[in-house]
Every structure is written in structure tokens, then in C-alpha cells.
Design a protein around this ligand. Sequence first.
Ligand code: NAP
Length: 304
Amino acid sequence: MKIDYEVVIIGSGVAGMTSAIYLKRSGVSCCLLEKEIPGGQITKSSSITNYPGILDISGPDFSNIIYKQVTDLGVTYKYADVLGIDIKDDLKIIKTDMGDIITKKIIIATGRIPKKLNIHGEEELIGKGISYCALCDGNFFKGEDIAVIGGGNSAIEEAIYLSKICKSVTIIHRKEEFRADKILLDKLKNISNIKYKMSYIPKSFNEKDNKLASITIIGKDNKEENLKVKGCFIYIGQVPNSKIFKGLIKYDREGYIKVNEHRKTNIDGIYAVGDVVKKDAYQLITAMNDGVIASVNCIEELKN
Ligand code: NAP
């Protein structure tokens, strides 16, 4: 069988692109496979302020710089949807909607996808008021009352971003306390158009004329309230994007791929990096760190 590349990286978020930079600089032939736009989750972040060395940069700007680094190095970039992986002796055959790709090694960098609430009206109203990306869709709600659901760093960061565009932002959170970082919570204190519905659980999204019109939420006393909003941004966490590897790669109950300290999976020659791997901190830096470790180990194995 003719080998197309020594290494194929599936997913071009920051972890995958970091792997590509290190592999290519070592002279390894590699290809980045992506089904959407380069950059992954970080392209949906309005502002990055905790990356040492950079004071403040938007997610799209940050990923564009890395993308330029990758393409300037001459890494092959292919748009394809990966359907599965077959193993033939020492080689791996990646099945995609654009045909098969044969490689010696694979780095899985498929990241995570937004978690859904799975309540009435959510699925039907996606793109009609419901969104999982403030940076992509925030401008559709200029001067409107909107809601953000969640209490983590993403929810708070994006609520702050949306407060500059929308008339009001109501944060709906299921607990009395947010889990977001203190520095973000301190910023909230100075924003007058952010309101709070603490200890409220969303029950349903209600439509009028095929658009989101209100959210039914339930308080501690089990009383229902109807919150009139034109938009709702859901930030309740993410789930690993690992389903396509089911049956081949070992992952935990939640779907996070199990790796050792070299970022190797249970299959020889297949690594996993970034948010698709179980870890203590889901940060840009930790994703990039994984990318470096996997590629350095890949390079060493290829030499041998
Ligand atoms: P997260 O930290 O997991 O927070 C998810 C939030 O959604 C929590 O407040 C959680 O409530 C709530 N939630 C979960 N399931 C829910 C449900 N079914 N109904 C209602 N609420 C629900 O997720 P994230 O904010 O997307 O962040 C993901 C990771 O990326 C984290 O490690 C985070 O620190 C990191 N991140 C970092 C930055 C930064 O450093 N600036 C920015 C963005 C993200 P409970 O609190 O009650 O569990």
C-alpha cells in the first residue's frame, strides 16, 4: 500500500495545529484533516486574556496566526469528514467522505462540541434565537434582550461580550454561585445591563412566528417564570468529539480518550491530544502542550 503521509492529524484546533508545526519542522510529511474551519473551539471565543505573552486577542485572530504558521510551513491542509479508521498491519487507513488516506501514524485532535440542554424547543430553535456561539451570532441581537445559560468561564466571558451589543443579558444559572474565575466575576460587578436568575433551571424554549420568544424557567420553589428574550446563548460545557472512534480507541464513560503520558492511545501509532482527552484543565496552553508531546514522540518513533 502506498503511504500518503507519515502522520495525519484529525482536527485542526490549536492542539492539532501545534502538532503539525512540530512535525513539519522536523521534516515529517503530515496532513491536517478538518471538516469545518481551522481553529476549532477557540474561534468561538471573543477574547483571550490568559495566554502568557499576549495581553488580549480574539479567538479568530489567534487561530488565524497559528493557521498562517502552519500553511507557511507547507503543511497539507485537507477538508474532509472522517468516517472511521481501519488498521492494516503497521498502517492506518483513514476513511473519509473524500476517499481513503493511508498513513503510518495518526494524531486525534477532534476536541469537544457544545453540550445541549435537551429540553423542549432547543433543537427546533437553533439558528432562530438559540445559539452556542456569541461571537458568531451576537450581532443578530443588537439592542435586544437576551439570555445566557451557564455559570462557567465560557458563560461569563460571553455574557460580558454580549452585554456590549445587546440591551440586556440575563444569566440563568442552576446554582447560587458561579464557578467561573474570580477575575471574570469581578468584571460582572461593573456591568449594569447584566441581570441574574440564580438557582433557576430552564424548562422549555417557546416560540412565536418560528422564532424564540421566551424561556420557561423553574425556581427553587418550583414556581415557573417566563423570561421574554429574543436570543439565548447556551454555555453549559462541552462533550468530547470521539464517537467516530468507538470500538477502536478506548475512552471513558463520558467519551474522553484515554492516553498515557506520551499521549498514546491503546492503539499503537495512534495518539490523542487536546480537549478530546481527559485532563484537569481545558486551556489553550494544555491543548498545545499535548500537541507538542504527541508530535515529539511521533518523530522519535518514526526515526526508529
Ligand atoms: P464548565 O466550566 O463545565 O461550566 C458549565 C456550566 O454550565 C456550569 O456552571 C454548570 O453548572 C452549567 N451546566 C452544566 N450542565 C447544565 C445543565 N444541564 N443545565 C444547566 N446548567 C448546566 O464549561 P465551560 O464554561 O464551557 O468551560 C469548559 C472548560 O474550558 C473549563 O475548564 C473552563 O475553565 C475552560 N475555559 C476557560 C476559559 C478561560 O480560562 N478564560 C474560558 C472558557 C472556558 P454547575 O456549576 O452547577 O455545574
